[in-house]
Structure formats: structure tokens, C-alpha cells
Design a protein around this ligand. Structure first.
Ligand code: 5RP
Length: 220
């Protein structure tokens, strides 16, 4: 099975969490795209979706699936999204696609966060994948200096990339994340940071991993 087939297997297993009348929070990325495509088959069952990016909203609308704003939808029962890394506590690194802030908002507003990924995303210690941080453009170089002095990690500007919110991304390399909640809070306390891609204060509730033998569910 290819990595993409494993992502699809995880997405298919997450469809089981969709119940009639739900408004479903939708993540961003190739695994979330599989989920969107499979959701199209049961679109009559749900009341609508809230998307975590313009790209996902476009894909949902392309399937004729209604997309509403989070303000209209209120509290969501379910959020389904991918991840760049997860540990066994279901703390995540997200934001490889740059949608981390809206993803974090939709996750925060959801009762259950089902994370879908291929099995390569499960790691012992997070940080091999560079940690994305969304930053207000004028604060970029100040925030980079603070990141270096507070974490020891190496911030690298994601060249030529602007988030859906009009901001830039600094990807932090060379981090070994032993205390995810502490690093998440520390980075968010830097003035000019919108948010960072650690989902540890609000981890996933369920992790579904695609494996060569099919989908496997991991609970914390
Ligand atoms: C986007 C994300 C994605 O969930 C993450 O990058 C995983 O992507 P993929 O499903 O393509 O492996 O956080 O901001």
C-alpha cells in the first residue's frame, strides 16, 4: 500500500464518526482531501461543514457540500483533520500546509477531534518535522530572534508563502519537543505570534492511522 492509500484508509475510517444532522469541521491537506472526497458520498446526511482553509472550502463546494462560517455554525460535534506528526498522547504538529491557525480555531470549537494520518506520522518525540509558527509580517524578524533565544530552535521563513490570514510562517528546525504544552504556550506568548502548530493544550481525541493492513485507531 502506498502512503497515499494509507491516508485514504484513515480517511475512510473517519467517515464512521459522521452522524446525521452534524455540521462537520474539516481540516486541510492531502489526507483531509480524501476525507472531503469520501464525505461527498454521504453529503445528504450532514447539515454542512466548516472549513479550516480556503482550499478545503473550495474542494467542499466543488462536491456540492455546503460550507458555513464558524460563527454561523456555533459549537461543532466533530472535527476531522490530518497532522504532520503525532506522539502517543495525540499531541500533534500541524501546519505543513500553513492552515494551522484556522485549524486550531476549528479544533477548539469542536467536541471531538479525529486526526487522520498514515502511520509514518506517529513518532516518539516530536520535532523532526519543522514546527510552523504563524507570524504577523511586521514582527517576523523580532519573533525569529525570540524563538532562537527561547527555544534554541532555528526559525526559517517559509519563502513565498502567505497564509489565508495574510501572515507569514516561520518553520522552527532543530527542536526536540520534550514538553509540548510548555513549548506551545511559550511560543504563543511571543508578541507578534498568531499561533503555532503544536496541538498539545488541545490534542486530538482519536488518532486513526492508515497502515499496510488497513486503519488502526489509537486512543491516548
Ligand atoms: C495543514 C496541516 C495538515 O494536516 C498536515 O500538513 C498534514 O498534511 P497531509 O495530510 O497532506 O499529510 O496541518 O496545515
Amino acid at each position: 500500500m502506498t502512503q497515499d492509500e494509507m491516508k485514504k484508509a484513515a480517511a475512510a475510517a473517519a467517515i464512521e464518526y459522521v452522524e446525521s444532522g452534524m455540521i462537520v469541521g474539516i481540516g486541510t491537506g492531502s489526507t483531509a482531501n480524501h476525507f472531503i472526497d469520501l464525505l461527498a458520498d454521504i453529503k445528504g446526511k450532514i447539515d454542512g461543514t466548516v472549513a479550516s482553509s480556503e482550499a478545503s472550502a473550495d474542494r467542499l463546494r466543488g462536491h456540492g457540500i455546503p460550507v458555513m462560517s464558524l460563527n454561523e455554525a456555533g459549537q461543532l460535534s466533530l472535527y476531522v483533520d490530518g497532522a504532520d506528526e503525532s506522539n502517543k498522547y495525540l499531541h500533534l504538529i500541524k501546519g505543513g500546509g500553513g492552515a494551522l491557525t484556522r485549524e486550531k480555531i476549528v479544533a477548539a470549537a469542536s467536541e471531538k477531534f479525529v486526526c487522520i494520518a498514515d502511520e509514518s506520522k506517529l513518532v516518539d518525540v516530536m520535532g523532526v518535522f519543522p514546527l510552523p509558527v504563524e507570524v504577523i509580517p511586521m514582527a517576523r524578524s523580532y519573533v525569529a530572534r525570540e524563538i532562537l533565544s527561547r527555544t534554541g530552535g532555528t526559525p526559517v521563513l517559509r519563502e513565498g508563502f502567505t497564509t489565508d490570514n495574510g501572515n507569514v510562517i516561520l518553520d522552527i528546525h532543530d527542536l526536540e519537543i520534550m514538553e509540548p504544552v510548555k513549548i506551545e504556550n511559550e511560543l504563543n506568548s511571543i508578541v507578534g505570534v498568531v499561533t503555532n502548530g503544536l496541538f498539545a493544550a488541545r490534542p486530538a481525541d482519536v488518532l486513526i492511522l492508515g497502515t499496510p493492513d488497513g486503519a488502526r485507531t489509537v486512543s491516548p
